[in-house]
Design a binder for this molecule. Structure first.
Ligand code: BTN
Length: 275
């Protein structure tokens, strides 16, 4: 019989492993969708409850950050989106800016729990093994007036893909859990672990000040203390030393004189770790 690691995902296999209160209790599993974030957004607009999860075996138009595509071949990896409806009554902005960073901490801890691999993080929410990308998060929210009605946390993880099968443009930059550990990983266990960790953090983030979690993020974030090149909107580039995380989750960079010197707080941008 095939090992659980190479078996197709099933609704029953995932739900049998859940330890959560709400996350994943409503679960939509698809063979193929354009994007699990897109499906989750549609379901949320139709009133799907907090903690509803969309998982797919493949995505035809998986979305990455900054308008990029996310490599989403069938049957090997993890594409998963969670609908979050519970939001704090105060400091909504702080919650929204820290949630993507905290979700990355949750996913890194889940990978450690389910696969015995300890990833690091690249600001804001890339999941790394060494210098290669293992996964990433795309958080999207629906705003109506001054309140956010829901947030979609989308998680993409390369789990059992072989490096040789990655498209050429990412082959030297990406890796998978199986490539790193040398053994296939049971995706149902990984999903259950991610949902458990995400639920723990989402609950805690409702009752504690968002910035209190940033120490935990900083311990996993290997961007800090490194020289970085940051691409900002409008084709602007800056280089400098990644110094710390600001209370709103921004990356503080001490700029090189050639980039104007001084300290800049980067709220959104693409970071490259320099040697
Ligand atoms: C990144 O660029 O690092 C973020 C990648 C996020 C990919 C995941 S896969 C599941 C969910 N659905 C999407 O279309 N994107 C996210």
């Amino acid at each position: 019989m095939a090992s659980p690691a190479s078996q197709p995902l099933t609704h029953d296999a995932i739900q049998a492993l859940l330890r959560t209160k709400t996350f994943g209790r409503t679960l939509h599993l698809f063979q193929e969708v354009s994007s699990t974030n897109h499906e989750a957004m549609k379901l949320a607009q139709q009133g799907a409850p907090d903690g509803t999860v969309v998982v797919a075996e493949a995505q035809t138009a998986g979305k990455g950050r900054l308008g990029r595509r996310w490599y989403s071949p069938p049957g090997a990896n993890l594409y998963c989106s969670v609908i979050l409806r519970n939001q704090p009554t105060d400091d909504l902005a702080g919650w929204l800016s820290v949630l993507p960073l905290l979700s990355a901490v949750a996913v890194a801890k889940a990978v450690q729990l389910a696969a015995g691999l300890t990833p690091s993080l690249k600001w804001p929410n890339d999941i790394l093994a060494g210098d290669r990308k293992l996964g990433g998060l795309l958080c999207e929210s629906s705003l109506s007036g001054p309140t956010t009605t829901f947030v979609i946390v989308g998680v993409g993880l390369n789990v059992n893909s072989h490096r040789a099968d990655f498209p050429e443009d990412i082959r030297d930059l990406a890796t998978s859990v199986a490539e790193e550990t040398g053994r296939p990983c049971d995706r149902a266990q990984l999903i259950a672990a991610i949902l458990w960790e995400l639920e723990q953090y989402a609950e805690a983030l409702l009752t504690r000040r968002p910035d209190l979690f940033l120490g935990e993020y900083a311990r996993l974030c290997t961007t800090l203390g490194r020289r970085v090149r940051v691409s900002l909107s409008g084709d602007r580039l800056l280089e400098g030393l990644a110094d710390s995380i600001a209370p709103d989750g921004s990356l503080r960079v001490t700029c090189d004189p050639s980039s104007g010197g001084g300290m800049v707080e980067v709220r959104a941008g693409d970071v490259v770790h320099l040697r």
